[in-house]
Design a protein around this ligand. Structure first.
Ligand SMILES: NC(=O)c1ccc[n+]([C@@H]2O[C@H](COP(=O)([O-])OP(=O)(O)OC[C@H]3O[C@@H](n4cnc5c(N)ncnc54)[C@H](OP(=O)(O)O)[C@@H]3O)[C@@H](O)[C@H]2O)c1
Length: 84
């Protein structure tokens, strides 16, 4: 589980934020890519994931209504972690 990478959209609030925090705290996920538009909110969630045990959390402020940003989410995640 430690080597897996979770790319999670809608991670800045609500269900998405709680889910990534749960993955870090309860399921042992250590490498997370968090996607949404609001960077400050994402940074807050990333900090909580790190406090819960995640070792490498990538914050990506992107708009999933944009095809280019959807591609960028995958490309930047692979670039950062080396795989998905
Ligand atoms: N069926 C049910 O029983 C049920 C129950 C609860 C919720 N829901 C649905 O589940 C969804 C999530 O609910 P929630 O309460 O967690 O809502 P929320 O707190 O508003 O979270 C939505 C997430 O999606 C992100 N997002 C929205 N538009 C985006 C875009 N264009 N690009 C990237 N990220 C985007 C938001 O981040 P940014 O604003 O930072 O981009 C936020 O992280 C909603 O559609 C809600 O209607 C369904």
């Amino acid at each position: 589980m430690d080597q897996r990478v979770c790319l999670f959209t809608g991670a800045s609030s609500g269900i998405g934020a709680h889910t990534v925090e749960f993955l870090a705290a309860e399921k042992g996920w250590r490498r997370l890519a968090l996607v949404a538009r609001r960077k400050e909110k994402l940074e807050e969630v990333a900090a909580r994931c790190r406090a819960a045990g995640a070792s490498d959390v990538l914050v990506l402020s992107l708009d999933m209504m944009s095809d280019d940003d959807c591609v960028a989410a995958v490309e930047k995640t692979v670039e950062h972690f080396g795989s998905m």
